[in-house]
Design a protein around this ligand. Sequence first.
Ligand code: G
Ligand code: G
Ligand code: MN
Ligand code: NA
Length: 250
Amino acid sequence: RALEQDLRAAFAADGLEIYYQPVLLAASGRLAGFEALLRWRHPERGFISPTEFVPMAEETGLIDPIGEWILRTACAEAASWPAPLRVAVNLSPVQFRNRGLVDTVRRVLAETGLAPDRLELEITETVLLAENAANLAALHQLRALGTRIAMDDFGTGYSSLGYLRSFPFDRIKIDRSFVSEMETHPEAAAIVRAIVDLGASLGILTTAEGIETDGQFQRLRAAGCDEVQGFLFGRPMPVGRARWLIGEAA
Ligand code: G
Ligand code: G
Ligand code: MN
Ligand code: NA
């Protein structure tokens, strides 16, 4: 497993980076915060996608130390941003197997001084698969710390609606596969509108991901989607550029 060795070495040598992608309020266009996204620049292969190395990190247990590093780095960064800007951090289902997850989040919040409601944890449906009681308990404990919990990639799993009954999510992130077809496939647009309405009636905020065109943005705004994220507004960017953007927005 040459790639695994390379990942270990990169992590040990501070070679992993976090990029930050802006999230905007749909109605006003104001900056709401950023999603933290892991980046690995391999010395020979260039950028390697997290879709390639996160599964490997999950298999080898590396996801625990790497995930804790992302959480600490992103929270420390967000603590330097003006309130109420928040940061969203993706949590792997594998991190929920670690019984120390809730304590880690509590400790990181205390150490960085970030107000808990400015941290949003993005989880996928897998976390609640098979009505995993331990994971559900952990989610409630994370919520009790004051963090926000978002369901990521909504609509792509087998039983998205059922999971909304298992846990009172603060936010639904509408998967970009629906957004990207909004202009070309009326049924995709109808599904997005239905998800936004569902969120509204359950008191859950909605963020649409992967917006690349103004047409998609206008449709989402008309649907009443709360927040928007995508290349149209900003790609994931190095921390220095994110800080610059915050300065411009102020
Ligand atoms: O940023 P990008 O589109 O390349 O991310 C691809 C996938 O990798 C997405 O599903 C994203 O959620 C995931 N990913 C990116 N950063 C992290 C991270 O810090 N932790 C976890 N668990 N997944 C991440
Ligand atoms: O699964 P998750 O939502 O965490 O994945 C986020 C990923 O989506 C990031 O890797 C990011 O690079 C990617 N992404 C964000 N905005 C866009 C977009 O507008 N178009 C495409 N194709 N990918 C996007
Ligand atoms: Mn995400
Ligand atoms: Na997503």
